[in-house]
Design a protein around this ligand. Structure first.
Ligand code: COI
Length: 354
């Protein structure tokens, strides 16, 4: 049984916006629920978490988040099963990772009990926003920003930890095409690539826009020093199927340790799929694409779940991938979502009942 001594201050919204929402036509991250969680850090400690009506708030124009980018975030999903129970998927991993990201950006760690108690209270308030059925979920976005006023380049002494929620369906509308990066980098050794730092995403926008102009939705980033090895795709980790072998890059300080990536790896082991976690070179993938050995590529991430990649571009050439009956992407998506929606046994203990 869960017990908590954390006090949460709850101010309910006077009316709900839910009736105005078309749950069958959601664009990712555009609609937000009625409430949000806010917890301020000041005088060296996190104050009482508050759940209040969702809405804008004021910050001093000199707040450090605007100038030095002290901001980290997480992405999680809540699912509703046929008995109206609400489940989170591996939230412990997100809790650990947000504090790991915070540490790298000199942001104070957020207490475990605050995180879980506040999130559960928020999800209970917003339970009508979580719709049943595969593909429906509530995307939960915890984040921390530096709110202290003043433009001296030093870690802030004041922060806001917040959680907002958005009803979600698919992130991409279908398969995506990716461009393998030849020149731009997402992260470098010793940097913040492993952290879910807001700036990691901002740095991708310009090169991704260039790739979009050429017909790709995403970039697969290569290592910053040689651009010879494939790393991740910014909104997803990436898997390659060469023959029947599944390949993915090892995590390091440039690559985000994705919760969905980790779950795919566990499922591959469970179902005896030949898996190698090792550096994957661009050369190897191009050769495998040319010889027909490259059967599949897919991305994994909380927002995207498992997203098939239909083709890729590199050095001005375009490569198409075959359409498979026995796709690994489909297999993992099926296994994963059945666990998430409480429709399959949870051997790994991944589900968390709210
Ligand atoms: C997630 O999958 O939760 C992410 O954080 C990716 C984000 C860019 C939507």
């Amino acid at each position: 049984m869960k017990t908590s001594t954390t006090k949460i201050d709850i101010q309910k919204a006077s009316r709900s916006k839910i009736k105005n929402v078309d749950f069958n036509n959601l664009s990712f991250g555009q609609v937000f629920t009625d409430h949000m969680m806010v917890c301020d850090y000041k005088d060296g400690m996190w104050q009482t978490p508050t759940i209040k009506p969702y809405g804008p708030f004021e910050l001093d124009p000199s707040a450090k988040v605007f100038h030095y980018g002290q901001a980290v975030f997480e992405g999680m999903k809540a699912f509703k099963d046929e008995k109206d129970q609400i489940w989170l998927f591996r939230p412990e991993k997100n809790f650990e990772r947000i504090n790991k990201s915070s540490e790298r950006l000199a942001i104070p760690a957020f207490p475990r009990d605050y995180f879980f108690t506040a999130m559960e209270e928020l999800l209970k308030l917003e339970r009508e926003w979580i719709k049943k059925g595969f593909g429906n979920s509530l995307y939960v976005r915890p984040f921390v920003i530096a709110t202290e006023a003043g433009v001296s380049a030093a870690p802030a002494k004041e922060y806001k930890f917040m959680i907002i929620c958005s009803p979600a369906q698919a992130y991409y509308s279908g398969e995506v095409r990716v461009q393998i990066s030849e020149k731009f980098s997402r992260a470098a050794d010793g940097g913040v690539g492993f952290a879910k730092a807001a700036g990691n995403y901002a740095a991708q926008f310009y090169p991704t826009n260039l790739a979009k102009d050429e017909g790709f939705q995403q970039i697969v980033w290569t290592d910053a020093s040689t651009h010879e090895y494939l790393e991740e795709a910014g909104t997803m980790n990436v898997f390659f199927r060469v023959g029947d072998k599944l390949l993915t890059a090892p995590t390091n300080d440039r690559i985000l340790n994705g919760v969905t990536r980790d779950s795919v790896i566990s499922l591959a082991k469970e179902y005896n799929i030949d898996l190698e976690i090792r550096r994957v070179s661009v050369k190897e993938i191009i050769e495998a694409a040319k010889s027909g050995e490259l059967k599949e590529m897919f991305g994994s991430g909380t927002a995207t779940v498992i997203n098939p990649i239909s083709g890729f571009g590199y050095a001005g050439e375009k490569y198409e991938l075959p359409k498979l009956e026995d796709s690994y992407a489909r297999f993992f998506k099926d296994k994963l979502t059945k666990i998430q929606y409480n429709q399959a046994e949870d051997k790994f203990g991944w589900r968390y009942l709210v």
